[in-house]
Write a protein that binds this ligand. Structure first.
Ligand SMILES: *Cc1c(COP(=O)(O)O)cnc(C)c1O
Length: 428
């Protein structure tokens, strides 16, 4: 029994040990929350905690203005609207990301065009983006996947040559830096999420950052029912809705932001340990870096997995086996072109009649589809643990690899049932 992987009944690598909690909190969160409660200023239309947080966060990322918002999906919609993107416009979106990077485009009645990612960085392939530019293309939304900055030099160049707005989806990339400059400060807007799992969180929450005062004003108006900042509360000048963050969120996020630099430092150190170890194990290939990256906010740790080196154990089987060992491993996002919402264009009546939609069902994104089927994501909670604990990840991977040869892991019941669920969403 002792040398069996935990999924077949052996003792798990992490026996009776838990990982650091997420989210983390302390007296700063408690005090700010309780003073918000007592103040009676619970809406950010009345108080200044949310606004102060957003500006502080913008400064942290290297941008002039911050706008606090309900979440990191609506923030993309606000950014697109403020950039004047609308009916029938095309917006380039990487195929490998969370779904709302693309559905935010539909929310402003524009058309998401899927672009493949690079196989090593898992970020938007700028050459493929260039090839996808049409005379209707107005914007591109690069996603700094798992906090790894995209090639912002090449993207800046692409946008300049084609007159495109760049809206950076930084939902994974709090504290990430490219050439010593914070991500989100390169595009017209940087969009951040503070959802529960993200690197700073208030359960839900979002923000836009920008250097451009006019863009900030337009975004503010959209998120504040079409008012003009400083104007009368019933003077609605533009189309807009209420997408304001609450003061509760602002309070918690101010405290969370204080923790971020030190947590990012630890996560980066631990990720470097994993990079060094995982590249030694046949069949594993960590997401690639770039010499121009000067900070990597690690929203998880992604690596490519080759089942052939693990006796044919499928990705879902590896993930299930890791979880049995006590390792917080998860699957990749699916490639967006494989989701039913796009394959069947289930968009309601968002787009005007006659708009030329791509046939999403026939779109092929080989690298995004490969990554969806073959990459494994490790939870960033583990990157806050002590170095020896981080090595448990390595121990678990080595043990599964070694045992995958000797025992029938591939055909065990736990592995095959994990596979059935997994395959429902992706082409392996
Ligand atoms: C989390 C996330 C979002 C959406 O943020 P919410 O705050 O959950 O709405 C957008 N894009 C990416 C890449 C994300 O991971």
């Amino acid at each position: 029994m002792a040398d069996l992987p935990a999924i077949l009944g052996g003792p798990p690598v992490r026996h009776n040990r838990s990982w650091p909690e997420w989210p983390q909190l302390g007296d700063a969160e408690r005090e700010l929350l309780s003073s918000t409660l007592e103040s009676g200023r619970w809406s950010s239309a009345r108080g200044h905690l949310a606004a102060d947080f957003a500006n502080e966060f913008a400064a942290f990322q290297g941008a002039r203005h911050g706008l606090p918002l309900v979440n990191g999906s609506c923030s993309l919609e606000v950014a697109l609207a403020a950039c004047g993107i609308g009916s029938g416009d095309e917006v380039l979106v990487p195929g490998l990301t969370f779904v709302t990077t693309a559905t935010a485009v539909l929310a402003v009645n524009a058309i998401p065009i899927f672009v493949d990612v690079e196989p090593d960085s898992l970020c938007l392939d700028v050459g493929a983006a260039e090839a996808a530019v049409s005379d209707r293309t107005r914007a591109v939304i690069p996603v700094h996947l798992a906090g790894r900055p995209c090639d912002l030099d090449a993207l800046g160049d692409l946008c300049e040559r084609h007159g495109l707005a760049m809206i950076e989806d930084c939902a994974h990339a709090h504290g990430s830096r490219w050439r010593e400059r914070g991500v989100g400060s390169f595009g017209s807007f940087g969009s951040f999420s503070f959802q529960q799992g993200k690197l700073i969180t208030a359960g839900e929450g979002g923000a836009l950052i920008t250097d451009d005062e006019e863009l900030r004003e337009r975004a503010w108006s959209y998120a504040n029912c079409g008012r003009i900042e400083g104007g009368h509360r019933y003077d609605h000048v533009n189309y807009g809705i209420n997408l304001r963050m609450t003061e509760w969120q602002g309070a918690v996020l101010q405290a969370q932001l204080r923790r971020l630099p030190e947590q990012n430092r630890i996560r980066e150190e631990r990720a470097a340990l994993l990079d060094a170890e995982l590249t030694q194990i046949p069949g594993l290939r960590p997401q690639s870096g770039d010499a121009r990256i000067s900070g990597h906010g690690r929203y998880g740790y992604a690596f490519d997995y080759d089942p052939a080196e693990f006796s044919g154990l499928p990705t879902s089987g590896l993930i299930a086996a890791l979880r049995h060992e006590g390792i917080l491993a998860g699957e990749s996002y699916p490639s967006l072109n494989t989701l039913r919402v796009f394959r069947e264009a289930r968009f309601g009546k968002r787009l005007p009649e006659g708009v030329p939609l791509p046939d999403y069902a026939s779109v092929r994104l080989p690298n995004a589809e490969h990554a969806a089927a073959h990459s494994v994501w490790l939870d960033h909670r583990m990157l806050l643990a002590e170095p020896d604990e981080v090595f448990d990840v390595v121990r678990a991977l080595m043990r599964i690899r070694e045992r995958s040869r000797a025992v029938k892991l591939r055909t065990s019941k736990a592995v095959t049932s994990a596979g059935r669920i997994f395959r429902r969403y992706r082409r392996a």
